[in-house]
Write a protein that binds this ligand. Structure first.
Ligand code: GTP
Ligand code: MG
Length: 463
């Protein structure tokens, strides 16, 4: 008798709905379904209308039963789906009855974990399910579905295969040297194969970087002097009046976050209190919070009021500090300057500011929150600055994948140096082995148990 537990959970969101589904997986699932419905048997993949009874043979609910016989199911085990009515009380009563009959509450991600253990999915695909469910934009959802269908895994597996082939070639050459009197380390074969794998890895890393942006979005913080129009800009981008806007300097006291989707990219946008010296205790706390948000930003947006004629670089230096050479203490790739209230100034006044910024390498976009002039350009510049250019067939990715790809890249680079600079065959083989290990972590071929626990533990219950 198998000692695998049979698990059950409500698979649909708990609340009012036409249908609510309870899913069971494990060796007792079939028997539990028979006892629950007083039916003698179920045919796999055939929807059967049944009544669900409690222990006193009173009807709890009625609905469809679907039976997926192992191994032809999501988890690879016997799976039963009970499709009753979507009411909180009904679903909980049905679940309690299923527990009475021997099932155990499924932990978050336990169905997917079983699917992974039974080779129904690899780790990338399992993660893609969670990412598809949690997607915050249509583009993220469709790339998660592409990853789920195995497109990302196939690319990784293809590279893994070439890597293993190359490893075998190097190891065989070490074990059987001089067979044909060729110097295998210098004949260019390994170098070419290695270079080709490195190229493919570079391509997939670029795809994964886009996929990670699609999944996680970016944190953009709006900062600047009071009254520059930070809150007005947040409202313009969000398309609704989220933040309070007045002509009183110091209107925004606390940080305010709004997640918006622009050109398919999820931007977690934070409005902050205007930065200035103040004796007001509440405002001071708000400014401290603004400073914390500024430090955590992926991209900092300095909003300045064009009508005040201030030099934006001097302003950036004042607000964010300066380097020894007197330029703002901010990497131009992480700072975007917005000249707001474009409607209040003439074109000539703008030109001199723009020239100076271009010399310093800072990007500036001029907008008017009043007339919406420049907002579309701003959206495109924001996406450009964070490097968001997802290809049509983008694949969802996580920081974990990027990290593993970068480590693989480093091991391949090491292998290359050992080969070209030192002709050290054993060390080439060792670096290739490490590269294979790092790459294999992505699909879960090599993964520590605690990592798996962490990944599946963040899934929702019932998935
Ligand atoms: N003419 C014009 N006025 C604007 C524009 N953007 C904002 N304003 C006005 O500028 C004033 C300040 O706007 P806010 O968005 O509250 O400025 P803020 O930077 O959030 O200010 P604090 O919260 O005090 O730090 C308001 O009266 C806005 O209506 C613009 O593009 N053109
Ligand atoms: Mg404000």
């Amino acid at each position: 008798m198998s000692n695998v537990k049979t698990i059950a959970a409500i698979a649909t969101p708990l609340g009012r709905g036409g249908v609510g589904i309870i899913r069971l997986s494990g060796p007792k699932a079939y028997d539990i379904a028979c006892q629950l419905t007083s039916k003698k048997s179920f045919t796999p993949r055939l929807a059967i209308f049944c009544r669900f009874y409690n222990h006193q043979h009173n009807i709890i609910d009625e609905g469809l039963v679907l039976y997926f016989k192992a191994p032809y199911s999501f988890t690879g085990e016997d799976v039963i789906e009970l499709q009753g009515h979507g009411g909180i009380i009904l679903q909980n009563q049905l679940l309690a009855r299923v527990f009475e009959l021997g099932a155990h509450q499924a932990q978050p991600g336990e169905f997917s974990y079983r699917a992974f253990e039974n080779d129904k999915l690899d780790l990338l695909q399992a993660e893609a399910i969670a990412d598809a469910i949690d997607a915050t934009s249509a583009a993220a959802a469709s790339s998660a579905i592409r990853s789920l269908t195995g497109q990302f895994s196939n690319k990784i597996n293809d590279i893994l295969e070439s890597l293993i082939e190359l490893r075998l070639y190097v190891e065989a050459s070490i074990d059987f040297p001089d067979e044909d009197d060729v110097d295998f380390l210098n004949d260019g074969v390994i170098e070419n194969k290695l270079a080709s794998i490195q190229d493919r890895l570079k391509t997939i890393l670029a795809t994964a970087q886009q996929g990670q942006l699609l999944r996680d979005g970016v944190h953009v913080v709006l900062a600047g002097r009071p009254n520059a129009g930070k809150s007005s800009l947040l409202n313009s981008l969000a398309g609704q009046e989220r933040a309070i806007v007045t002509d009183v300097a110091g209107t925004t006291r606390d940080t305010l976050q709004e997640s918006i989707v622009l050109n398919g990219l999820t931007i977690h946008l934070t409005d902050t209190a205007g930065l200035r010296d103040t004796t007001d205790a509440v405002e001071r706390i708000g400014i401290e919070r603004a400073r914390t948000a500024i430090h955590q930003a992926d991209l900092l947006v300095l909003v300045h009021d064009l009508s005040r004629q201030a030099d934006p670089l001097e302003l950036a230096t004042e607000l964010f500090g300066e380097t020894e050479t007197g330029v703002p203490n901010y990497n131009p790739s992480k700072l975007l300057i917005i000249g707001n209230k474009r409607d209040l100034i003439e074109q000539q006044q703008l030109s001199s500011i723009i020239d100076k910024l271009q010399v310093s390498g800072y990007d500036q976009v001029n907008v008017s929150c009043e007339t919406s002039q420049g907002i579309d350009t701003l959206i495109n510049t924001l996406c450009d600055k964070v490097g968001f250019h997802p290809p049509e067939n983008s694949l969802i990715a996580r920081t974990r994948h990027l990290d593993a790809l970068r480590r693989t890249q480093q091991h391949l680079q090491d292998a290359y140096l050992q080969l070209v600079d030192y002709q050290a065959g054993e060390l080439v083989a060792e670096s290739l082995r490490q590269a294979q290990y790092s790459l294999g972590e992505i699909t879960g071929e090599f993964s520590a148990d605690d990592l798996l626990g962490k990944i599946f533990g963040s899934f929702c219950i019932g998935k």
